[in-house]
Design a protein around this ligand. Structure first.
Ligand code: NAD
Length: 504
């Protein structure tokens, strides 16, 4: 399906995706599929001002009514799931099933947020003073800046926007410069939801900012945007986090991962195999939660690793929109070069490599398809500490669980981790205070992907942010503590007594 057809199926055939200067290329074959307008610096300033105006109206709409807008958005997404899933697939290169999965995550977070709209609970707290009540209120923050990465071009916006909107905020979204078409489509879909909702939703409630990193920098620098939710590389997050902190803003950082799976001697090797394979080759290794390292116990190494190698040689690689395909392309030539550089280094460090080479070059001279790589590391190399955003799986052997957990944790990133074991003690150790140090620690499922009901994110250079489910909504609100006196006295806290008789 080509881009015209997809926009037609989305009922967005009148959308201008060719009148600008930012060229958009499909990773599937490197063809240009759009050329969109970039927002000037002045246009970004005015969008920020408009977001403030929209916020001041929207915060007064009751939260359950705000939830109604998100319910409508979720329903439109249900109707457009296949078309939007195809667009995700065409623009970022993930296979169609994963494109559909991403849109399903948008629908799921909408459902979650609709419920949350009636549950923005604060506490009531016992006051130490007589005839006093203490309460906690959660209030909207203001415009929320969302910066997103190419590999989840629509779900990350939805995770943030569905919650930010029910919490009473407006949203400014700076998508990846590699995936502006999905953002334009989402913006139009949001506008359809607003039109159906009624005129108590202000214009400019959600806006997109199209541009490269400079556009993101401008958003990050603005004191009119109290919260910045940024998803991308740790290098980007280090800059964004520092800038936002300098102006005392709040940041929610969702950054790189270096995720590992431990396969214990008692593991069900059949499900471990599936979990590793999907986690490592899915999305062509371009998920923040992709499995990058496995630590396999010596007792099961020879059963599992040769089977993985055989499977790696057989995975179907090709056009991500062809439903028989498991592995689509890398996003671009830079990603391919980074993968090759990582493999050269692995070889230098004594790694034993299978796969990694470019494939389908004749068919797609400007598309970067690769054979996923397995690198068996020699005994004296204990770890790999860099995230390479490509399908490279580093394999290590271990004999002692404590040592395996130490090696798993001994990297700068802390996003996702997993253990496959049927030993209940090992499972409990892995999820204990001395177990995994990651934001996600799974037992008998892989590292990749997550349900929206849980808080999603990771520690250390993954940035510490949490979004999506659980109580992640709180990041889009400010906490207000209010003490109310229903007596005719004014007792001070901590029992302080002031003699004010001189003022009689
Ligand atoms: P990237 O860091 O190159 O870009 C991400 C976004 O940040 C883009 O929109 C970009 O324009 C913007 N940006 C870059 N520098 C900026 C700056 N100084 N100020 C403001 N904005 C700036 O990342 P990418 O290549 O698009 O995505 C891959 C990376 O994202 C990987 O490291 C992956 O692990 C990570 N990622 C993390 C999560 C998560 O939830 N933890 C999810 C998806 C991707």
């Amino acid at each position: 399906m080509d881009i015209k057809e997809i926009f037609k199926q989305l009922d967005l055939q009148d959308t201008d995706i060719n009148g600008g200067t930012l060229a958009v290329f499909s990773p599937t074959d490197g063809a240009r599929i759009g050329q969109v307008k970039i927002d000037s610096s002045a246009a970004i300033d005015s969008k920020i001002d408009q977001a403030q105006v929209a916020f001041k109206e929207w915060r007064n709409v009751p939260a359950p009514r705000r939830g109604e807008l998100v319910r409508i958005l979720g329903n439109i997404l249900r109707d457009k799931k296949e078309a939007l899933g195809s667009l995700v697939s065409l623009e970022c290169g993930k296979i169609y099933q994963e494109g559909l999965g991403e849109v399903q995550e948008m629908i799921d977070i909408c459902d979650f947020a609709v419920g949350q709209a009636r549950q923005l609970y604060g506490l009531t707290i016992a006051s130490e003073r007589p005839s006093h009540k203490m309460r906690e209120y959660w209030q909207p923050m203001g415009p929320i800046g969302v910066i997103s990465a190419f590999n989840f071009p629509v779900a990350v916006w939805a995770w943030n926007t569905a919650l930010a909107v029910v919490c009473g905020n407006s949203v400014l979204w700076k998508p990846s410069e590699k995936t502006p078409l999905t953002a334009i489509a989402c913006q139009k879909i949001f506008a359809q939801a607003v039109a159906e909702f009624g005129d108590d939703a202000p214009e400019y409630l959600s806006q997109i900012i199209i541009g490269e990193r400079e556009a993101g920098e401008q958003l990050v620098a603005s004191t009119k945007v109290p919260v910045i939710s940024a998803t991308g590389s740790s290098a980007m997050g280090r800059l964004v986090g520092t800038q936002v902190a300098k102006r005392f803003g709040r940041s929610l950082l969702e950054l790189g991962g270096n995720n590992a799976i431990i396969v214990a001697p008692t593991a069900d090797l059949s499900i471990a195999f599936q979990g590793i394979l999907f986690g490592a080759v899915g999305t062509c290794g371009q998920r923040c939660t992709s499995t990058r390292r496995i630590f396999v116990h010596a007792d099961v190494y020879d059963q599992l690793v040769p089977k993985l190698k055989r499977a790696y040689a057989q995975v179907k690689i090709g056009d991500p929109l062809d439903e028989s395909i498991l592995v689509g392309p890398l996003v671009d030539k830079d990603a391919f070069n980074n993968m090759q550089a990582a493999l050269v280094l692995a070889k230098k460090n004594g790694g034993d490599i299978i796969g990694g080479e470019r494939v389908l070059e004749d068919k797609y001279p400007a598309g970067y398809y690769v054979q996923p790589a397995i690198v068996e590391m020699q005994g004296d190399v204990d770890n790999v500490r860099e995230e390479t955003f490509a399908p490279i799986l580093y394999v290590f052997k271990y004999t002692d669980l404590e040592e395996a957990i130490h090696r798993q944790n001994d990297v700068p990133q802390g996003l996702s981790s997993a253990i496959f074991t049927r030993d209940v003690l090992e499972a409990e150790i892995f999820t204990s205070e001395s177990g995994s140090d990651c934001g996600i620690a799974n037992v008998n499922i892989g590292t990749s992907g997550a349900e929206i009901g849980g808080a999603f994110g990771g520690e250390k250079e993954t940035g510490g942010g949490r979004e999506s489910g659980s109580d992640a909504w709180k990041v889009y609100m400010r906490r207000m503590t209010s003490t109310l006196n229903y007596s005719k006295e004014l007792p001070l806290a901590q029992g302080i007594k002031l003699d004010l008789s001189d003022f009689d």
